[in-house]
Design a binder for this molecule. Structure first.
Ligand SMILES: Nc1ncnc2c1ncn2[C@@H]1O[C@H](COP(=O)(O)OP(=O)(O)OP(=O)(O)O)[C@@H](O)[C@H]1O
Ligand SMILES: [Mg+2]
Length: 296
């Protein structure tokens, strides 16, 4: 009788396994890290507004807030998270319970200090947690990672696990120097040297194009093996800080603003771009890559 039940259980597990394709086949999402050399150049605004625009265009979007500092995605939405990844790590919450549901069904994962804890977990617990995160890859066709600025290990780690990156800068000389510095660091990695450039706070479209050309020439001359593409510029627009103060993404609050029109173009270009050819080492899904990252 007991043996019978055990066999039934085993059969159920076998059936379950057969119904679940291996992680590689489940993976469909495009993972894009948004980063910058200098802080405060518009990453979080780009992430959130681009996420919403893509969602309006019927893509399923997950925003992973990987910024360990302040001024994050949730603040722009006036939705302070009650829980973060840390609560998933401690086993108190499920990943679904910590996700914030943004407008247009955009799902936001507040990483918070949980990201630090992740690095300190023992292997079994970390793998258990990352297993739960696998869900993200099923929830989102595009996963946008909002990183902190600069070349700390955390940021470069997130760029490593992403398929592509978007580097955002303003035309300001310091921001440009730091943007190039960031590209140099990325170029030094063995994987993921392909990314897009966005120039924020431009006074004219031509200004953005000119700056991109300058960056491209430097990359071609000094960073062989790195591939960058222009995703476009965002106009300098008082609607952006106004929307920030109103805790409302500018593409929703001021859909007719110049900045909203800029985001529209960027979203179309991103979708039209099939993405870069993944490097040969890049076989695993996001979660697999996160696991490898933390077990190095
Ligand atoms: N296109 C724009 N026009 C005018 N102001 C802008 C524009 N983009 C961003 N800003 C201003 O810059 C501020 C910083 O933007 P944001 O928080 O998106 O930058 P960040 O790169 O995420 O910063 P951090 O490095 O601190 O995470 C915004 O609050 C806004 O006031
Ligand atoms: Mg930010």
């Amino acid at each position: 009788m007991i043996a019978d039940q055990a066999e039934k259980l085993r059969a159920a597990v076998r059936k379950d396994r057969a119904a679940t394709p291996p992680p590689e086949r489940q993976r469909q999402s495009r993972v894009i890290a948004v980063t910058s050399g200098k802080g405060g150049v518009g990453k979080t605004n780009l992430v959130l507004n681009l996420a919403l625009k893509l969602a309006q265009m019927n893509s399923r979007i997950v925003v992973f807030d990987a910024d360990l500092g302040l001024g994050n995605v949730d603040i722009l939405l006036n939705a302070l998270p009650e829980f973060t990844l840390g609560d998933v790590i401690s086993g108190e919450k499920d990943i679904r319970e910590i996700m914030i549901q943004g407008p247009h069904n955009v799902q936001i994962v507040p990483g918070g200090s949980g990201l630090f804890e992740l690095a300190n977990l023992d292997l079994v617990r970390r793998n258990r947690l990352l297993g739960k995160l696998e869900l993200l890859e099923m929830e989102g066709e595009i996963i946008l990672l909002d990183t902190s600025a600069g070349i700390s290990k955390n940021v470069t780690d997130f760029i490593r696990v992403a398929d592509e990156f978007i580097l955002i800068t303003t035309p300001e000389p310091h921001a440009l120097t730091d943007a190039y510095g960031m590209l140099k660091v990325i170029a030094g990695q063995e994987i993921n040297r392909s990314g897009y450039i966005v120039i924020n706070c431009v006074r004219r479209v031509l200004e953005g194009e000119r700056i991109y050309e300058r960056l491209k020439n430097m990359v071609q001359t000094y960073l062989p093996g790195m591939e960058i593409r222009y995703l476009g510029s965002i106009d300098y627009d008082p609607a952006v800080p106004r929307a920030v103060q109103e805790f409302s993404p500018f593409i929703l609050k001021y859909p007719r603003s110049a900045a909203a029109a800029s985001i529209d173009k960027i979203a179309w270009r991103l979708l039209a771009n099939e993405g870069f050819q993944p490097p040969p080492q890049r076989q695993a899904g996001l979660i697999e890559r996160l696991k490898n990252l933390f077990t190095r």
